[in-house]
Structures are given as C-alpha cells and as structure tokens.
Design a protein around this ligand. Structure first.
Ligand code: NAP
Ligand code: ZN
Length: 360
C-alpha cells in the first residue's frame, strides 16, 4: 500500500499553530520530512513575526490551510545536510525566508525571480511537492532544499537580523527594481512598522532623503532621531500633507489595512512612483486622474528572489542595517498579535524559539 505523505515524515517537530480564523495560537505536534539529498535541516533559533503571519492566521487572503504554523523570518543552525548539498555544512548559520520551493525551470525561476514563479511554494500553509502542507518557523526545526536557504554573514546577529528575510527583502527589492535607490532621491515610506522601518534604513543607505508618512505621531521622535528619517508627516494632518504635495520621487506603501491612496499619490512629483507592498484584506481605491496627470506610476512587489535575498543580507551586514526588534517568548505570541494589529510594536517582534519553545 502506498504510504501517505504524513507517514513519510519521520522527523518529530513541535511548534505553535492557529487552528481556525480566530487566530488563537497554541502548542502543536507535527512532523517534517527526512533530510533529502539536496536538503538542509535547520534547528530554528529565532523567528520574526510578520503582519502576513497574522493575515494568514486569520485567513484574510482566503489561502490558509489549518492548522497553520506561520513564520518566514527564520534563522538557525544547520544540523544535517543531504549528500548532494554543496552550499552548507553542519554548524553553519543560515536563514530561511518566505519560500521553500518553485518550479526552477520557468522564465521567472531561470532569471532568479523564484518569487514570481506561478508554482512557488510558501514556507507555510502551502502544498509541498510531496502533497503535504508546509509549516513555518514558529517551530523547533525546519527542512528545506538548500537552494532556498540563505548564508548568514558572521557579523549579522541571528536575532535582530531575522526580519531582514521578509521585511528586508520586501523593501530592498522594489527600491532597487523601480530605480528608487539612486542617491539624492526623496523617498516616502508609508506605515512605520516591520517593513516600513527597514525601508527607511535601506533608503538612507542608498543615499536618499526619507520622509515617513504615519498615523502614529508618537513614532516621530524615534523615526528621526533613531531611524535616521529626515522628516515625518502625520497622514491625517491635511495641512502638512498639502504643504508636502509634489515633493517625493517615490513611495513605498507598507500599510497593512485599507487606506486612501489619493493623499499619497498627491505627494509624488510628476513621474513619481508609488509601490504598494502592504497587502490589506480589502481592495484599495485607485483614483486615476492624479496618476494620469504627471505620468505617475503605481506598482507592486512581492518579497524577492533567492539571489537578491542573499545580496540584500550581505548588503545589510556590510552597511550595519539591523531591524529594531522586541524579543519575545513563544507563549507571548497571542499578545504580540493583538499588539501588532494595533501598530504597537517598535518595530518587529522576534520569537526566541531556542530559549522558549519547549516540547509538551
Ligand atoms: P506592521 O508591522 O503591522 O506595519 C504596518 C504599519 O501600517 C503599521 O505599523 C502602521 O504604521 C500602518 N497602519 C496600520 N493600520 C493602518 C491604517 N488603518 N491606516 C494607515 N496606516 C496603518 O506590518 P508589516 O509586517 O510591516 O507588514 C505590512 C504589510 O505588508 C502587511 O499587509 C503584510 O502582509 C504585507 N507584506 C507584504 C509583503 C510583500 O511581499 N508584498 C511581504 C511582507 C509583508 P503607522 O503606525 O506608522 O501608521
Ligand atoms: Zn513577511
């Protein structure tokens, strides 16, 4: 009799899962596949908490397979390698981001854009090639094809660096692709959360002038004094928004909830570009005249390919770009999700898996 995919998963694993759209997390025993010939097994040390984890746990995008073990900002140590693995050895520090598979043959994959492969496999709540559901980094161990594993620079901390694997690449990639990485440009970053605060750091490293556009006046002082932003706009302050009209070359919009685009588009110069990376549950309204007048561009962007993710990690290590994190134990995750929803985190929660995740 054919074995079910589950019985071919002999590696015992333990994590925290949500079972339904209430998105309440609790301990969960499951299993992972044995380390295949091109696979790397990783002991998870840290995992960032992305707002996508919350959207997915609540099934806001209609994609979720329960139980869901989220987590796609994973750092850890290699504990086992398959006999054809070339990039890694036992003991190496590594990262696993948002993807664990893709077709590897299509135009996107062969151009290092696995993230745009129509068959790409997400790190969690996706179907793997063996038919099983993928589980993410809110867990003690993960097995992944070495192609999707990132080399970790010696001088980059595994805890605070973990959010670069999603928040970092999701903001680095559009700044590069849309040509918003040239020194002297004036870049707006909308939403000062996990993605937004890293966007500020990359844009500053590229030599831009940076304006943060936020709903939270209480983030102003830190945005300027700590994160290095040049100016700060409160989005509901219409007077200040009008005074800043037509001043930005580009905008990275990281907002996780519905919000009006018109006030943001108004901030762009002619030929300015607004790139939407935030993924609210409901569609945004696009006013066309402000786009037509001034030949403005509205674009999107999803994470980044593996080659670019490695480039971004190496760039961050070289330029000392490190997310600002609040380290939490796994049993704080439900409170952390409540706070994330209220934009009450400066600026990314990272779970200390190794210290706090104990098998039941
Ligand atoms: P986050 O830490 O919660 O940050 C989102 C920020 O948006 C908040 O800090 C808040 O900033 C602002 N915001 C929240 N509600 C708002 C509202 N109603 N109106 C205006 N602003 C609001 O989330 P994140 O982890 O950075 O993720 C941001 C979004 O990007 C999520 O939707 C996530 O799913 C998505 N995402 C997309 C990709 C991709 O590949 N495209 C990758 C990762 C994540 P202020 O307090 O400054 O206003
Ligand atoms: Zn993410």
């Amino acid at each position: 009799m054919a074995k079910s995919p589950e019985t071919e998963h002999p590696v015992k694993a333990f994590g925290w899962a949500a079972r339904d759209p209430s998105a309440h997390f609790s301990p969960f025993n499951f299993s992972r596949r044995a380390t295949g010939e091109r696979d790397v097994q990783v002991k998870v040390l840290y995992c960032g908490v992305c707002h996508s984890d919350l959207h997915m746990a609540k099934n806001e995008w209609g994609l979720t397979q329960y139980p869901i073990v989220p987590g796609h900002e994973i750092t850890g140590i290699v504990t086992e390698v398959g006999n054809k693995v070339e990039k890694f050895k036992v003991g190496d520090k590594v990262g696993v981001g948002c993807m664990v598979g893709s077709c590897r043959e299509c135009d996107q994959c062969t151009n290092d854009l696995e993230n745009y492969c129509s068959n790409f496999i997400l790190t969690y709540s996706s179907r793997y090639t063996d038919g099983t559901v993928t589980y993410g980094g809110y867990s003690d161990t993960i097995v992944a094809d070495e192609h999707f594993v990132i080399r970790w620079p010696e001088n980059l901390p595994l805890d605070a660096g973990a959010p670069l694997l999603c928040a970092g690449i999701t903001t680095y990639s559009p700044l590069r692709y849309y040509g918003l990485d040239k020194p002297g440009l004036h870049i707006g970053v909308v939403g000062l959360g996990g993605l937004g605060h890293v966007a500020v750091k990359f844009a500053k490293a590229f030599g831009s002038k940076v304006t943060v556009i936020s709903t939270s006046i209480n983030k102003k002082k830190e945005a300027i004094e700590r994160l290095g932003a040049d100016s700060f706009l409160v989005s509901r302050d219409q007077e200040a928004m009008q005074a800043a009209a037509g001043t930005l070359d580009g905008i990275i919009d990281t907002v996780s909830a519905s919000h009006p685009l018109l006030p943001l588009i108004s901030l762009l110069k002619p030929h300015g570009k607004i790139v939407v990376v935030g993924a609210p549950e409901k569609p945004l309204e696009l006013p066309v005249f402000p786009i037509i007048i001034g030949r403005k561009v509205i674009g999107g962007s999803a994470i980044g390919g593996i080659k670019e993710t490695q480039e971004m990690i190496d760039f961050a290590a070289k330029h000392n770009i490190l997310p600002d994190v609040e380290i939490i134990p796994i049993d704080y995750i439900n409170t952390a999700m409540d706070r994330l929803l209220k934009s009450d985190v400066k600026y990314r929660f990272v779970i200390d898996i190794a210290k706090s995740l104990k098998p039941e």
